[in-house]
Design a protein around this ligand. Structure first.
Ligand SMILES: Cc1cc2nc3c(=O)[nH]c(=O)nc-3n(C[C@H](O)[C@H](O)[C@H](O)COP(=O)(O)OP(=O)(O)OC[C@H]3O[C@@H](n4cnc5c(N)ncnc54)[C@H](O)[C@@H]3O)c2cc1C
Length: 157
């Protein structure tokens, strides 16, 4: 993983064995964790050499869902466990607004009174990918426009 994932402040637990690790996992059923980890380890097609540069076919068999490539048994200490969650980096879609005021347009492309939009709620900027840093730039630029317009509208300007 990239260095940003190796910072020392990250919350994780470390152990020399899977059994020890199981005992350190808060809120995790230790017996089920060990059963799952051992079943995964036993299912790896270890006769196929690992090669991360191609789809190496080193998958698993006998577990569900199966892993197709790059299966590596968890058999070398230190063992580390992290809590993970998913995040949505970009929505790649959203509401249509006027460019000048950030006011949301209805399906007939007429501005909806009192409704403004910026940030990830705003559509029409990116579709399949995005240049780095543009989420926050988009939020700042269109946020300022929308906020300014909303303030003006509130003042009756
Ligand atoms: C892992 C990750 C990495 C990223 N890295 C970058 C990066 O390096 N550079 C970059 O430019 N962009 C990055 N982005 C994208 C960027 O973070 C987003 O584009 C930006 O934060 C969107 O801002 P926003 O204000 O539109 O939405 P958000 O930041 O999602 O804010 C929406 C807010 O509304 C609140 N909310 C939701 N529903 C309600 C409700 N009913 N009532 C009241 N409040 C509510 C939420 O709690 C939240 O605080 C990253 C995103 C992710 C997930």
């Amino acid at each position: 993983m990239r260095n940003e994932y190796r910072i020392k402040f990250v919350t994780k637990v470390t152990a020399d064995t899977l059994e020890e690790l199981a005992g350190k996992l808060e809120g995790v059923n230790a017996a089920e964790f060990l059963k799952t980890a051992n079943a995964f380890n036993a299912s790896v097609k270890s006769e196929i050499p690992f090669n991360h540069t191609v789809l190496d076919g080193r998958g698993t068999e006998g577990i569900y869902p199966p892993k197709s490539n790059w299966a590596q048994a968890l058999d070398t200490a230190p063992y580390e466990a992290y809590q993970t969650t998913c995040g949505i980096t970009f929505t790649f879609g959203g509401l249509r607004t006027t460019a000048e005021t950030g006011q949301v347009l209805n399906v007939h492309l007429k501005p909806i009174k009192g409704l403004y939009c910026a940030g990830e709620m705003l559509g029409g900027i990116f579709y399949f990918n995005y240049p780095s840093g543009t989420g926050l730039v988009s939020g700042s630029v269109f946020g300022r426009i929308a906020g300014h317009s909303a303030g003006n509208a509130a003042l009756g300007k």
